[in-house]
Design a protein around this ligand. Sequence first.
Ligand SMILES: Nc1ncnc2c1ncn2[C@@H]1O[C@H](COP(=O)(O)OP(=O)(O)O)[C@@H](O)[C@H]1O
Ligand SMILES: [Mg+2]
Length: 246
Amino acid sequence: MSVLRLSGLSAGYGEVDIVSGIEMHVNDREIVTIAGTNGAGKSTLIKAVMGLLPRLSGSIDFEGKQLVGTPPERRVGEGIAYVPQVRNVFGSLTVLENLQVVEHVKRLPERIREMFDLFPALAERRKTNAENLSGGERQQLAFARALMSSPRLMLLDEPSAALSPGLTEQVFGEVRKLPLLGVAVLMVEQRARQALAFSDRGYILDQGRIVLTDTGQNLLSNKNMADLYIGRGRKAETPHPQGVDS
Ligand SMILES: Nc1ncnc2c1ncn2[C@@H]1O[C@H](COP(=O)(O)OP(=O)(O)O)[C@@H](O)[C@H]1O
Ligand SMILES: [Mg+2]
């Protein structure tokens, strides 16, 4: 059963469509990765699902409900969580405060305890300001914040951005646990080779359009695609600088 289904989705910031004719779905407890070159429209597509684009047409079906026209805040209430690439925690608030300020949470203290069980490193750092966390801890906090509202779908925009290879492995480990918590994942990743290796399915985006979709494994073994969009072997694993998109 699909949690999310996009049909004929087009969206942009102004007159011009940045993504267009998008047909995409995410099934229950699936991990789905969107790959593609820089500027292909990956972040734009994620933002469109969250309702953050000024112009949008087509359909966004989330668990049988039509979301086009629903404001972002209400989408959180419906069960979608979004972890942006940057500015995904409040640096001047402590770990605990970052969890306390999340809206749409039922039984807040209990949910915070559950997050600390899930991320023991955060429990130890509960009184630390988020700006003083390591990159990996900060990403854990961003995940915990997103999970507070008990979402059915998590939208992740480059969760490994600006992380070392070691921390990337750690964060990908957290992503892989999400389906076990009943959460489906739609993720954009620059480290596409690594991400597709544990994704159920993937979509390749080029200039705002989907040019290919298949299982993660099939995309990885598709030689032309791998060279063009996924990056070869080790090259894809080198760290890349933090993106500038918000
Ligand atoms: N806030 C914005 N206003 C106008 N154009 C934007 C904005 N953000 C991104 N774009 C444009 O949309 C295109 C796709 O960007 P983006 O979705 O960030 O690509 P990706 O995430 O695949 O690198 C780019 O041409 C970019 O310049
Ligand atoms: Mg992006």
